[in-house]
Design a protein around this ligand. Sequence first.
Ligand code: GLY
Length: 510
Amino acid sequence: MKRGGNAFDAAIATQLTLAVVYSNAGNIGGGGFLIGRNAKGENIAIDYRETAPSKASRDMYLDKSGKAQTMLSQYGHQASGVPGTIAGLFATYKYAKLPFKVLIQPAIDLAENGYAISEREAMALNATRESLVKNSTAPSAFVKDTKWKAGDTLIQKDLAETLKRIRDKGQKGFYEGKTAELIVEEMKKGYGIITLEDLKNYQAKLRTALAFSYKGNTVIGMPPPSSGGIIVWQLMKMMENRPLSTYGFQSVKSVQLMVEAERRSYADRAEFMGDPDFWKVPVKTLTSDDYIQHRMSDYDSSKATPSTNIQAGTIKESEETTHISIMDKDGNMVSITTTLNNSYGSRTVVAGAGFIMNDEMDDFSVKPGVANMYGAVGGEANAIQPGKRMLSSMTPTIVLDKNNNPYIVAGTPGGTTIPTSVFQTLINILDFGMNASDAVNKPKFHHQWLPDEIMTEKGFSAVVKAQLLTMGYKLSERGAIGRTEVIKVLADGKREVAADSRGDDSVAGF
Ligand code: GLY
């Protein structure tokens, strides 16, 4: 942006750079979603989610006895959908200002010359070493004979060459020619099914962003094939007419209310949500005030409602990711969440091309009722079909203030915890009046209908946990929930920013 680019230029350059310096989630072998609002006041939703290859089929991960083989949907060559990221970047480029070759050059330089890895990255690479070796067919930059340690230099020559092909040939530098051939050769070595035609046919899609009002502000989010925008819409509307700020931040009353809302919304996710090009997602009904209020009609503020009593509503007509929030001087805002799915995706490095393929096929419902790696279940709406996009939880979000001016850019990684993290972050700001840092860094909790338990982070109030137990809730403590990145515009126009302290996250501004 210092060189005259806008928030969209920054979004492209940052994603390409993360594909080099954050190999566990930054990617060119995965996909994502962008929610933007340009200075002219137009909302933009770009869907570059992966697609099921043309040879994919509904029961491809079931063995002869019908048992789901989730190892195959989570690891190795068969786990990958057709990557969408590079198509997404070129769809975004329409809104950018600088030459693409300028935007990609920092990534090329970092891949070619190397960069010093962080402590967290060294630990992640060491922990994933065995899986990377097992699922790749050739040595890669990510695996070395001795253990990685903080400060070691990671050089990725093959990836630099791939990025140069994209610089020189554009989208075709990835989806056709040498890069595409290397992907398909790699697939053939491990029973993978992505073909040259699948790559050539891949297209990012412009969608219509979801937008709803919350206490006079406008929240803009991602429509299907992400579930995130609908879930946040439902959750916020379930809160809007209740005195959350009187209940208090993470009081037993506010947590219980938010949990019961989450339970109901995730039941809808499992039943109704999927790729809208293949399945009629009843977005209008799911987001209508009447429907949302009806979903809370059996809410009991004195006790837990067992998930066995909650099914999806009746309708007459469904963890490792990374997030970037950007705002520029002209008021362009961009919120992007992008992913390989699992940390280091399928763990399959494309030999000769130097990047890791996603394991996004696991985000489909591989069998009705069988949980994916995030414990989420689904059914027909999210069944595998050739060319279909798997349901996502990614929730890039923008909020406008009461005068339609830029207010908040937010989002996070975290699998199925993404919508609830974004929801809590927005409520922390809009109802509990927190600054960006507290809104991001205070402990979070999560409920997703099934499993029927409240997951809490370390640091969540022991007193509130004890109260919830007496009300009939099951509780479990888990590791970090999300790594949320927030930009918040203050009343005087200054920007308050927060990078989540749960990760190696960072902020920059000028
Ligand atoms: N792979 C995580 C998600 O898209 O929700």
